[in-house]
Design a protein around this ligand. Structure first.
Ligand code: PEP
Ligand code: MG
Length: 573
């Protein structure tokens, strides 16, 4: 059956591929496609694994040691009952037969569906039984893994689209190494870090689909339209043909954009515009260089701290920063200090905030843990000996925070001197303007900072009181809200007046539909994912700033959303 799901388009372009449902468990289960003649023996292998798990339970019940808790017998009975239930004993066999997948995969898929049902049960006692189902399913999976099946004759070769209920930023870092044609999730907002990382994969993706993971089945054919935020499930041949055409056209346009790589980034009236790259990991610098970025405008250093049980040492950080600096060959590199908390929480961070986006995040956390901050600052200052490095402090809200951060930076310098280590003592220090308080107080921040960078993702989140990771309020996330525009404009004006350079490094900077507006408002430095650099450059090259300025001023005064949209159309016309 064909049906369509609507969400938020994250990365442009189109993907056409088979659905691969994602769960942490399933990652451990091998997945392959069976030959038709192997299907019944795979079903038999599954039955044997169920029998083995059952016999395990029976043996245990017969040999309950003396002094064991009385609940143990009841617990083993319950496990036997679960093993006999058709949800575990039958449905995976149906899946093996209908989708020709191996037994481990069928079991993992069914287990996840059952566990999801448990999650929605209100009765606390019944919900607790989830754990029992999981344990029994693990037992069967172990039995299967202990008796591997036929070596697969043919592993699926078609492009695949990853379908997940939710993905964390750490998951996304892992996916950077996998080859998916596209991916879609039920949860997430347009500027959640998961979405930002998705953009950095540069594959078509749609988030906030709400029910994709429960409605889509393994192996369904999917069209992912990352431009419109639409997913078409099991399209008919006519639709498929239309999207293949669109896909080809999209690829051609991308190819054409590449030709702008060596063109100077300047407007029609000769104003130079700095186009910088955002990176998450040192290896991303390759793409920034390929796309001829003028520098790194935002290195989200926190990803060095994720997906690991410990903290990176000063030397390890220094090497990572130096690698980026060296690769940029004299172009500036802005390293943002640790911005963890909220949706970016490494395993070692145990601080549980009631409301993490408003809690001990970013510079607040660093000020609460000076050794963590000082170690990083030392590494950055040392990397500054190898090229033009700048420090960027995230989530500043009050001037006291800035004063404390500056004191810690001074003490890091004193420590490096004492240790006789080479570093750049005049490393410029900038602050992110991403809390409305900081934007309104930009004047005082600008007087103490060497530069400012507007983080529109958080600025919008905090101005409009919309959790950027929450799909249920994602439709309210509005970069063109008059309050957001006023805050950006104010920060830009303060920067100009006080001679403190301002850039934008939030997702707004990489959206070509907003390039002309931002130019008209006075922005001259944009930092974005490298994949967007050419599309934004194309806009810059076709812009005439002198004519954009009055139009942008009108938009800023418009107030009503429909009038703002009308002005934006004119600006982009
Ligand atoms: C922002 O908030 O706009 C920003 C660039 O930082 P991050 O998205 O990492 O919070
Ligand atoms: Mg931010």
């Amino acid at each position: 059956m064909t049906f369509t799901l609507h969400g938020i388009g994250i990365s442009g372009g189109y993907a056409i591929g088979r659905a691969q449902l994602y769960s942490h468990d399933r990652l451990e289960a091998p997945h392959y496609v069976l030959r038709p003649e192997d299907i019944e023996s795979e079903v038999a292998r599954f039955d044997a694994a169920i029998a083995e798990a059952r016999s395990d339970c029976e043996q245990l019940s017969q040999n309950i040691p003396e002094g064991a808790p009385t609940e143990l017998a009841a617990f083993l009975d319950l496990h036997r009952l679960i093993l006999e239930d058709s949800m575990l004993a039958q449905v995976p066999k149906d899946l093996i037969r209908s989708t020709a997948c191996n037994a481990e995969w069928a079991l993992a898929q069914q287990t996840e569906a059952v566990l999801a049902q448990f999650d929605s049960i209100e009765d606390a006692y019944l919900r607790e039984r989830r754990q029992d189902v999981k344990q029994v399913a693990d037992k069967v999976l172990k039995a299967l893994l202990g008796h591997p099946g036929q070596v697969p004759m043919k592993v699926a070769e078609e492009p695949t689209v990853l379908v997940a209920h939710d993905l964390t930023p750490s998951d996304m870092v892992v996916f950077k190494r996998s080859a998916f044609a596209g991916f879609i999730t039920d949860l997430g907002g347009a500027t959640s870090h998961t979405a930002i990382l998705a953009r950095s994969l540069n594959i078509s993706s749609v988030l906030a689909l709400h029910n994709a993971h429960s409605l889509i089945q393994e192996g369904d054919l999917l069209i992912v339209d990352g431009n419109a935020g639409v997913v078409i499930v099991n399209p008919d041949e006519l639709i498929l043909e239309e999207y293949r055409l669109r896909q080809n056209q999209w690829r051609l346009e991308q190819q054409k954009l590449k030709r702008l790589k060596s063109s100077p980034s300047a407007t029609l009236d000769g104003i130079a515009v700095e186009l910088l790259a955002n990176i998450d990991q040192p290896e991303d610098v390759k793409e920034a260089v390929q796309e001829n970025a003028a520098g790194i405008g935002l290195f989200r250093s926190e990803f060095l701290f994720m997906n690991r049980p410990d903290l990176p040492s000063e030397d390890e950080q220094f090497e990572a920063y130096r690698r980026v600096v060296k690769a940029m060959k004299g172009k500036p590199v802005v390293i943002r200090t640790l911005d963890i908390g909220a949706d970016k929480s490494p395993d070692w961070l145990h601080a549980a905030s009631v409301n993490p986006a408003l809690g001990l995040r970013a510079i607040r956390l660093c000020l609460a843990e000076p050794p963590l901050f000082i170690t990083q600052i030392r590494a950055i200052l040392r990397a500054g000996r190898h090229g033009p490095v700048r420090i960027l402090i995230p989530m500043l809200a009050s001037l006291n925070e800035l004063d404390q951060a500056l004191e810690l930076i001074a003490s890091a310098k004193a420590g490096l001197e004492r240790d006789g280590l080479a570093f750049n003592a005049i490393t410029p220090i900038g602050g992110m303007i991403e809390v409305p308080a900081a934007a309104l107080a930009a004047e005082w921040f600008a007087r103490k900072l060497d530069f400012m960078s507007i983080g529109t993702n958080d600025l919008i989140q905090y101005t409009l009181a919309i959790d950027r990771t929450d799909d249920t309020v994602a439709h309210l996330y509005d970069p063109l809200h008059p309050a957001v525009i006023q805050l950006i404009m104010h920060t830009l004006k303060v920067g100009q007046r006080l001679d403190c350079p301002v850039s934008v490094c939030g997702e707004m900077a990489g959206d070509p539909k907003l390039t002309r507006l931002l130019l008209g408002l006075g922005l001259r430095s944009f930092s974005m994912h490298p994949a967007h650099l050419m599309a934004v450059k194309q806009q810059v090259m076709h812009s005439h700033v002198a004519s954009l300025e009055p139009m942008a001023a009108k938009l800023a005064r418009a107030g009503r959303p429909e009038r703002i949209q009308a002005h934006l159309l004119k600006i982009n016309g």
